[in-house]
Design a protein around this ligand. Structure first.
Ligand SMILES: C[S@@+](CC[C@H](N)C(=O)[O-])C[C@H]1O[C@@H](n2cnc3c(N)ncnc32)[C@H](O)[C@@H]1O
Length: 278
């Protein structure tokens, strides 16, 4: 059996490889800086053994949220972005420099991200952005409480877009519930919440079984660990109105009509939700 060779924070590098595979579609010319040989190797095996469409759907997802956050900032010129489980995503660099940004993730990611971006900034590889970093383990209650204290102060009562993208799946269900509670305490009327998750029905697909096989081999996680969320959770989320609900198939129709993904059962079909705080 293959030795586990991926840790959960390494998935952030893999996502960057995906986004860099089509910069025009993803809208992200910076993700390529995070590509490592190891991540490229995972992409090669993953696209072969699980699903060849993963780079494409991650480009679609990045493009969608980029447009949503951009529209929010146009509406709320004083708005800020809080990226929960930010990984190495580069939204602040794709959006105006006038806003404040907060990236929260495991310490392995945020310390590395801050350090590298400082260096690249000095080298002129990156424009300058006002980004704060918070190291947090969202599966740990004490760490979540610290995060709440820090982010409450950081928000300074400004309008916020909170994004939780590609993360829910890795968290315990109870942590996800606590996080959405926290979001509703932090946000005010008119604020936005963007979220990505799988619906439980994905468990019946062959591609999901291949995905579990792959993660069991490489990430050493138990097969029933991963959190999935029903659409009804978002439809009935206290304190929020669901404004938009899309899946990868729909995003492919919107952004790349010549490459429509028509069968949701053939891909790891994520669902994207945009909610507004009431
Ligand atoms: C697939 S990456 C997605 C990153 C980013 N949101 C994106 O779309 O590029 C998953 C991210 O979740 C983070 N993550 C997983 N479990 C976490 C936890 N318990 N607390 C904080 N972050 C976590 C990982 O470190 C990683 O950066």
């Amino acid at each position: 059996m293959t030795q586990p060779d991926i840790e959960v924070h390494d998935t952030a590098f893999v996502t960057c490889c995906y986004r860099a595979s089509d910069e025009t579609l993803s809208g992200d010319p910076y993700s390529k800086h995070w590509i490592t040989e190891k991540a490229e190797e995972w992409v090669r095996t993953y696209t072969r053994e699980v699903c060849p469409h993963e780079p494409f759907v991650h480009c679609l997802r990045n493009r969608f949220f980029l447009e949503q956050i951009s529209a929010f900032f146009k509406e709320k010129p004083n708005g800020v972005l809080v990226n929960v489980g930010s990984g190495l995503s580069m939204y602040p660099y794709l959006l105006p420099s006038t806003h404040r940004y907060c990236d929260a993730d495991l310490s392995e990611i945020v310390f590395l991200k801050r350090k590298k971006l400082q260096v690249w900034g000095r080298e002129g590889k990156m424009p300058s952005r006002n980004i704060s970093y918070i190291a947090v383990d969202f599966d740990d209650e004490v760490s979540r409480l610290h995060f709440e204290e820090q982010i409450s102060i950081w928000l300074k009562g400004q309008a916020s877009f909170i994004l939780i993208e590609g993360v829910i799946f890795f968290l315990k269900e109870a942590s996800v519930t606590s996080l959405f509670d926290l979001f509703s305490r932090l946000q005010r009327t008119g604020d936005r919440l963007g979220s990505v998750s799988f619906v439980p029905e994905i468990q019946q697909t062959a591609v999901y079984t291949r995905f579990l096989d792959y993660y069991e081999r490489h990430l050493s996680q138990s097969r029933d660990k991963y959190t999935k969320i029903d659409n009804s959770f978002y439809e009935q989320l206290p304190g929020y109105n669901l404004l938009q609900h899309k899946d990868h198939c729909e995003l492919s129709r919107r952004y790349v009509p010549e490459r429509v993904l028509s069968n949701p059962k053939e891909i790891l079909n994520e669902h994207m939700y945009i909610l507004e705080r009431t």
